[in-house]
Design a protein around this ligand. Sequence first.
Ligand code: NAD
Length: 468
Amino acid sequence: MTVVGHLINGQMTTESERTQDVYNPSTGEVSKQVALASKTTVEDAIAAAQAAYPEWRNTPAIKRARVMFKFKDLLEQHADKICALIGEEHGKISHDAAGELQRGIENVEYACCAPELQKGEHSKNVAPNIDSWSEFQPLGVVAGITPFNFPAMVPLWMYPMAIVCGNCFILKPSERDPSSTLFIAELLKEAGLPDGVMNVVNGDKEAVDTLLNDERIKAVSFVGSTPIAEYIYRTANANGKRCQALGGAKNHAIVMPDADMDNAVAQLLGAAFGSSGERCMALSVAVAVGDAAADALVNKMQEAMKGLKIGPCHDADNDFGPVITQQHQQKVFGYIDSAEQQGAAIVVDGRNPSIDGYENGFYVGGTLIDRVTPEMDSYNAEIFGPVLSIIPFETEEEAIKIANDTPYGLLNFIQTQDQKKANRVARKLRSGMVDINGAGLAPDAPFGGYKHSGIGREAGKLGLEEYL
Ligand code: NAD
């Protein structure tokens, strides 16, 4: 069986005492194994990065950017293969994988601007005959630790920018879907990146802890679940490293009585169920303001969900595929069970999806739960599945309060045709991002949240400054 290994100093290696199964979630079968790096393997990667650093840091910025231009071309040339690898291990449908890759490519494009973005400042005559200037410098060897749900885009938030700024990088991708991430990193060599500048170690806690405790690692970028984000942040800080750690989310859509309900439903279909709800920016709660909005939303959602197609990743007609593991599938079913037991109404039930020919895949059907209350367990958890909960409230103030009372604060969404109202509500929401009537991701816009959604930002100028 294929073993997915590591990329160290420009060479692939599968040497490892420990391995873990990698599943194809569409079929439920084990398709590969992934090598789990030991402390020694991670230290080899750090040593390679450390050795490559002096020359890379002194390479002119425009030459470093040129590697990223070529890398972008290679990502486009190999898009079909990358999307197939994402689908096989993550389960996302090809159009969804292509969207993810496109967002990743846009981050590479943005990284090509680094020579301009990292310019310093010059102040004349701060005292007689004395000028003062500041310059941005790379940090050295930096590390990224990434989640399963965006195996292409989240790493591409991190290392193109870190590398183009003159750092060397060690990436520890998710062990659940490692192949696309590794294949993408291999393309950097063909793009002209010197060996050792970019390294990938696959693995688990042992690899992560080695990175966190090694004093040669100067900064750590993490994206994943909140408990691990908080562990990473604490440990990296205790060890004197710069760290940004982005965590989980429970994003609320506030649907006002004057919303264009057809648009609200179209947006929610994509944002609640796309990628099986396994997106940090998934909308998992819709707060309907007023009974009329709640009734219209539930009725229209129920009708629209009849058209959702669920199935294996390679069938582009499907709207979404399976969730990542059987264990996660059972966890999502458990949250639907508990909502039912605690008095919510299961309007559309995704607990028994039947996909012909793919009976062992890890599928969860689109689920709509009405009359949810803030006390329910399913409301308080980041379900990370294709489940949308509806909570009705009477007033705008109550809707804002419920959205702000969650421990998370990544993203909120407002549906209204009144722009003044949208701006007023957006300013009161404690989330890193607010979408109004539609959503989008841009490489020059910083991405991140408040509260338990983490500390720091990826992408944009704030993301760049993490590596300087
Ligand atoms: P996860 O926290 O389980 O894993 C993320 C990374 O941490 C992986 O590389 C994993 O190997 C490593 N890890 C796991 N357990 C560890 C431990 N005990 N010690 C050290 N390292 C450990 O997250 P996941 O399930 O892969 O991803 C889904 C989560 O990521 C969701 O909570 C989602 O909201 C979040 N996420 C957040 C953003 C954001 O921008 N805020 C973006 C994408 C995903």
